[in-house]
Design a protein around this ligand. Structure first.
Ligand code: AMP
Length: 115
């Protein structure tokens, strides 16, 4: 077995972080290094899937559940509009291989794809 991911350790209370919302199979925290006025992470409780490609193939309902949670958070913490980013692979900036969605919201630059 590999080491538990940082997100599993947060979920299990081993690393301090506030869980700001959860559904049956996913939870949300604030990113420790925010790149936007609102920068949240939506994370499956299970670390089974390393990235969004594996998640979409293995459990599309869980991917839909994550998107629903992102939408609720964007309504609660910003005006409702949001950008959803799944970094996929190290060359794309993925550093934690426990799939997670970055939810960016609040006064984002128009036309930018950046996160
Ligand atoms: P990625 O680079 O797409 O794998 O995203 C990993 C994200 O996790 C980065 O944006 C980090 O800032 C964030 N992160 C790492 N450790 C923590 C932590 N302890 N609490 C909250 N966010 C974290």
């Amino acid at each position: 077995m590999s080491e538990p991911s940082i997100f599993t350790r947060i979920l299990e209370g081993e690393v301090p972080s506030e869980i700001i919302a959860e559904t049956e199979n996913a939870f949300a925290i604030r990113d420790i290094a925010p790149q936007a006025p609102v920068h949240l992470l939506v994370i499956p409780k299970s670390a089974e899937y390393r990235n969004v490609v594996e998640l979409a193939a293995g459990d599309p309902a869980l991917l839909a559940e994550m998107i629903g949670l992102a939408n609720s958070l964007a309504s609660e913490h910003a005006g409702g509009d949001f950008r959803l980013i799944f970094n996929t692979g190290p060359a794309a900036g993925q550093t934690v291989f426990h799939v997670h969605a970055h939810v960016l919201a609040g006064d984002l630059d128009e036309g930018s794809l950046g996160g």
